[in-house]
Design a protein around this ligand. Sequence first.
Ligand code: ADP
Ligand code: MG
Length: 449
Amino acid sequence: MSNVVDSKLRQVWTEVLSDIKSSIGDDAFKTWITKLDIISIDDGSLKIAAPSNFIRDNVLARYSDMIIKTVNSYGCSVRSIGIDVYDNNNVTINENHDNNDAQKIKDCNDISILDKRFTFKNFVVGKPNEFAYAAALRVAESESPSFNPLFLYGGVGLGKTHLMHAIAWYIHHNYPNKRVIYISAEKFMYLFIKSLRFKNAMSFKEMFRAVDVLMIDDVQFIGGKDTTQEEFFHTFNELVDNNRQIILSADKSPSDLDGVEDRLKSRLGWGLVADIHPTTYELRLGILQSKVKQFRVSIPDKVLEFLAVKITSNIRELEGALNRIVAHSTLVGRSITLDVAHEVLKDILRSNERLVTIDIIQKKVCEYYGVKLSDLNSSRRHKAVATARQIAMYLCKNLTTKSLPEIGKSFGGKDHSTVIHSVKKVKELVDTDRTFCADLEILTKSLEN
Ligand code: ADP
Ligand code: MG
């Protein structure tokens, strides 16, 4: 199958998964469906890959009708499903309740659980994530541990897992002899508790102590689980003492983690703590442009700009929106216009709807800079007023869907070229003036909440 067909099929599959998730709920989806992958549709037969026999059998028994129906609702004509099992040695999945996990992890090819798309090359760098990116790259490149641990934190869907996988891929390609384990904190706890139950806690310890690089994703899940924390703490100390690299991610900084002992919190912050900030309009647009290139489809800039303005929650959702538009247009064969985007994304747009208006932006900016609204809307060129006006215009352009002439008009009847000039000026200042950049970030955040 060519790449083009592949990526189209994948878009359809993404849609199908999201539909199934809505109808069966998060828990069932997580247990049965989320790890399935589409392989092909050929002559009325849909081929899927599942991570274990257990999942395959259950999916066939419970969900095959639903999957066929949903796939067909996207214009396919599938009559049967075949499921291949792609991996029985996966760290993240193990339904056979044997006590052989340590051996499994030792034997496993860790690469199988990494997402192929999550590489440094595919990571779009912008102001909000440049520090985390640089830190991740440095850790990946270093022959021996550089910052230990590297602690990446930030909100949902902002690229933490992507960066961790990117580190693992990098090491896989450049240091093939290094042993890397990437595991979710949930799985870490699960394996630990299981090892206690089967009284083979020793081998649990050994399997983690035999690695060069240990990555644990979403460590906020360790909060409150005392014995696991204790074990984690010991494993952690031993690995660091033995000069092994540890990389952790969480949705909060070490000191803000709930239910985590103080000594562990402080230990987690010893290396390098790098946070990923909420996205900016520029980063969102950059990511969309890069994905469009990967898909090899053509989407008007206007539509991408529209998505970057409207979908601000996180990058996962932004990608989802783009996938949906592309899937829709490939299947229906319509070219992608703003109207199509509006129609296809109705529900996503509604949940991302912000009530930011030009009035609110002007009011916030005036408060922030201690400037009067009448001055903002006048032609005064006093520096503080001019800066506030430029920032306000920039925010109106990025956070509302008002056109440039409309924005100009709301600032005491100015011309659209004044707005363009302001936006340009703000972009320049963001690159050269740190204080200005921080002001802009604070204002944006306060408006987006
Ligand atoms: P998190 O682990 O922080 O919740 P993920 O790493 O799973 O988020 O990212 C969510 C989605 O957004 C993934 O598909 C990822 O590839 C994509 N993504 C996040 N940041 C970037 C980026 N800077 N460039 C390209 N894609 C990104
Ligand atoms: Mg993640």
